[in-house]
Design a protein around this ligand. Structure first.
Ligand SMILES: [Zn+2]
Length: 454
């Protein structure tokens, strides 16, 4: 068996390894022996053959029969005349369908180049890449030439996917270690799900994104490539494929931020920041991670602004969230440390100025001017006078570089200005200008991203 350039084949190949009982995670699916692949095939065949006894998809433990309509429509598992067939007939037909092909064709496998064992279409393989690359084949064409290894990978793919709500979702990464760990984890979960008497067919809002974040959370090492969430259905009614990606820097930042060790501090506050009366913080965080990553940091900033506004002082969450914001713009947006330091230095200076007038209105005024660049420029110019009166004249309040970072048009100025705001709050929080207790907001925490028995 080979690992090819096809992400879903790769997920399937690692699922084959898991089904073969390979314990050593560092072992590549390419090292699987023919016997091990046979073990995996037998397990899968047993699962699909067992569906022959079920009356229909409402019967207990009908997970694979239900799933067959979205995975393998028109296959021997779900023929239109299924009801009129005896259990033995169904069994025989399913076995026949899944029998390991012994033929060797004169054409190479389209994915790995080894000798193909047959041509396969929609019945056996899900969408290849996008709606433009449908796996349905034109009449008279035999489909995709596949070898036994690639075909077996596609049969195993569903085990490496979360299947609910009429769709399958597989997590892929070009980092083989990440792919191995996540697929093994998912194979176990899918097998557990298949054992349940009844399976919850519904999928909560963005539950696939939430599950993907949970999976990232349990990975202990640095993630060296991005992760992609493939959500697909091969169903006759609605054939779809959606790919949601997280680039490597964000994937690694989320993994490190979401680690169980840091849970309870910054990450807990990040969930709070995403909380709304209608949506759990974890769900909104997972949505942003996959669909609107630029909003992740902004949500933390506007949360701090709202709290500060309500309290008239920096909230107790400030220091942790400021730390997260800084690491986000450094690691995800690749803002150089030197530039971060420059803005933090200015934030400290502004904090120092504000502390001279520790009234509620002082911070409110700064918040007001911060939200509008022209107002902020005017405010900084006014404060420069106060600054030079109380400091060494040679040391300006705002350096040319700082001014450029904050106001020169570019993709990052918004993040730089938010960093300035957060740094001011952080300075005030560190020097004791604090209000409220975090406990006041415990009701905004949720544990959706935390699972037992990880
Ligand atoms: Zn192949």
């Amino acid at each position: 068996m080979q690992l090819t350039a096809h992400p879903l084949q790769r997920v399937g190949a690692y699922a084959v390894a898991a089904l073969a009982g390979v314990k050593d995670r560092r072992r590549s699916p390419e090292s699987l022996s023919a016997e091990e692949i046979e073990v995996a095939r037998d397990r899968m065949t047993a699962d699909v053959v067992a569906t022959a006894e079920l009356v229909d998809t409402k019967a207990p433990r009908s997970f694979w029969l239900s799933a067959s309509y979205l995975l393998w429509p028109n296959s021997k598992m779900n023929p239109t005349n299924r009801k009129s067939l005896s259990i033995a007939q169904r069994r025989d037909q399913i076995k026949q369908w899944r029998e390991c092909p012994t033929s060797v064709l004169a054409v190479p496998c389209v994915l790995c180049g080894q000798a193909a064992c047959g041509f396969y279409g929609k019945v056996d393989i899900p969408l290849a890449a996008s709606i433009e690359h449908r796996n349905t084949t034109v009449p008279g064409h035999d489909g995709m030439a596949l070898c036994v290894g690639c075909l077996t990978s596609f049969y195993a793919l569903p085990y490496g996917c979360s299947i609910r709500g009429g769709k399958a979702a597989g997590l892929h990464s070009w980092d083989d270690d990440v792919l191995a760990k996540m697929t093994v984890r998912q194979v176990l979960r899918t097998q557990q799900q298949a054992q349940l008497a009844s399976t919850d067919a519904s999928a909560g809002a963005y539950s696939r994104e939430v599950e993907a974040l949970r999976a990232l959370r349990t990975y202990e090492h640095r993630i060296r490539a991005g992760v992609e969430l493939y959500v697909f259905s091969n169903s006759n009614k609605q054939q779809t494929l959606d790919v949601h990606s997280i680039e490597q820097p964000l994937a690694e930042w989320l993994r490190a931020t979401l680690q169980p060790a840091t849970l309870g501090t910054g990450f807990r506050y990040l969930i709070r920041a995403h909380h709304t009366p209608k949506t759990a913080g974890s769900v909104r965080l997972a949505y942003n991670a996959f669909h609107r990553p630029e909003r992740l940091a902004g949500t933390a900033v506007s949360y701090l602004a709202r709290l500060t506004d309500a309290l008239g002082a920096p909230a107790p969450e400030t220091i942790e969230l400021a730390g997260l914001y800084q690491s986000f713009i450094r690691e995800v947006l690749d803002v150089p440390q030197r530039e971060v330091d420059q803005i933090v230095q200015l934030g400290d200076r502004i904090g120092e100025l504000l502390r001279k007038h520790p009234q509620r209105g002082t911070l409110k005024e700064f918040e007001h001017v911060h939200s509008e660049p022209v107002r902020l420029q005017a405010w900084l110019k006014r404060q420069a006078t106060a600054w030079t009166l109380s400091h060494d004249v040679s040391e300006a309040l705002v350096t040319t570089e700082q001014w450029r970072l904050l106001f020169e048009p570019g993709d990052r100025v918004r993040f730089h200005r938010d960093l300035l705001f957060v740094s001011v709050l952080e300075h005030l929080a560190k020097t004791g200008w604090l209000a409220g207790t975090p406990a006041d907001r415990d009701d905004q925490d949720d544990t959706i991203l935390v699972e037992e028995n990880q």
